[in-house]
Design a protein around this ligand. Sequence first.
Ligand SMILES: C[S@@+](CC[C@H](N)C(=O)[O-])C[C@H]1O[C@@H](n2cnc3c(N)ncnc32)[C@H](O)[C@@H]1O
Length: 463
Amino acid sequence: MNGIKSPPPLPDSLVARLSRSVETRLGLHFPPERWADLVRGVRAAAPELGFDDVQQCAEWLVGAKAQPRQIDLLAAHLTVGETYFFREPKAFEALEMHVLPEIVHEPQRSGARRLRIWSAGCCTGEEAYSIAIAVTRAVPKWREWQISILGTDLNPRFLHKAAEGIYSQWSFRGLPAEIQRDYFHQTDNGRRFAIAPWIKTLVTFACLNFVEDVYPSLGNSTNAMDVIFCRNVVMYFAREQARRVVGNLHRALVHGGWLFASATEASPELFANFTAANFPGTVVYRKNLPPPRLDLPAPAVPLEVSHTLVSSTSSSAASSSELLAPSLPEAAAPAPSAKARTLANEGRLGEALAACDQAIALHKLDAASHYLRGMILQEQGALDEAAASLKRALFLDQDFVVAHFALGNLMQRRGRATDAKRSFENARALLRRCPAEAGLPESDGISAGRLLAILDATREANR
Ligand SMILES: C[S@@+](CC[C@H](N)C(=O)[O-])C[C@H]1O[C@@H](n2cnc3c(N)ncnc32)[C@H](O)[C@@H]1O
């Protein structure tokens, strides 16, 4: 006997409910054969969640009382943090040799030098930085492009490490030595390696839970992506959650955009909306291009109406002029601000900005339109103008939480840490006054509690 007592087990019925609750809030699937991992994670999270007793902690989690911030804490103990630079090298070869060159030469880009890539489920950042390195190698004159590489994860600790950008030799396993030499410098007396600053500036990190958060959304810059990497993430999800995540990622891509999944996740059913493109040693999923527009002359009488005429002449007492008038309500043109949002989500930024300006011309004091203008300008890389629009939105409505948040992100991107902190604090102060479940205007459905958790996670990541 070594005297170490194993902790008492939790009742199966409680673990079963815990597993369902974790699946609902985090998407993570823990079948009975992985219940030991689930209990181990909760046991590790319990002290941080304020519990001495694991059973009490599990019962509290099942009772759905946990706030988003606490769910993130739990996630930190349940998620798998396995990753390294240029993992699955064939995928990076396809990115560098085929996908990026094709994007650079796309005729529909009509000269717009803008590239948006998302490492979704980025863990500690190795994948996002590998993408950034590949971009600098594959895009000629990449400094003249507006490049945005977004890394998201739900685990704030992983994001903290990602934002720091310092790694041990273990993260470079299998990587050719010259990449490590050219894109990193030694730190900690040669024990660790820091990513080169010129690569680091291409990447931003943010907290996002695939199950509870809203995406694609202009608000968190998850819209109009040219390329998404989402690898070794949905394999831990229940089928239905995985399908929902892949569906949202499909909507987050521009037409013709590319999705990289890992070889273990390849499932024709999951990626049925994509076209599989085969490259040496790997498959990449492509969102279809829209069908070419056929500029046919409009029919003299809408087809629906002519059908009404045929079927109703014998029985109806209506006059022929009434019959000829379409019985369908005329489709209302979308409001300019709604049109601007749709166009921006599709990445058609020039048209989106024009629609937004039209909306502002009609309603000069509409804070939401100025906010939208700021977000579009930010995506276009016009950061000063974007900041001016966001400030105008806040001048018109100082309680506009999402605009404070957006201005904070923008200031952070421009390296103005004090201004960023002030905007985030403004958002935080307003959010503390809202019920956690309250919806926020212009947030695409994000709740006050969730945005507060994201702000906390962002603060932790950048500490
Ligand atoms: C195994 S790592 C994959 C890292 C990287 N994509 C790769 O392939 O090397 C899985 C990542 O997914 C994240 N994750 C798990 N569930 C998530 C969720 N519901 N929302 C966002 N990220 C999640 C985990 O925190 C973890 O960092």
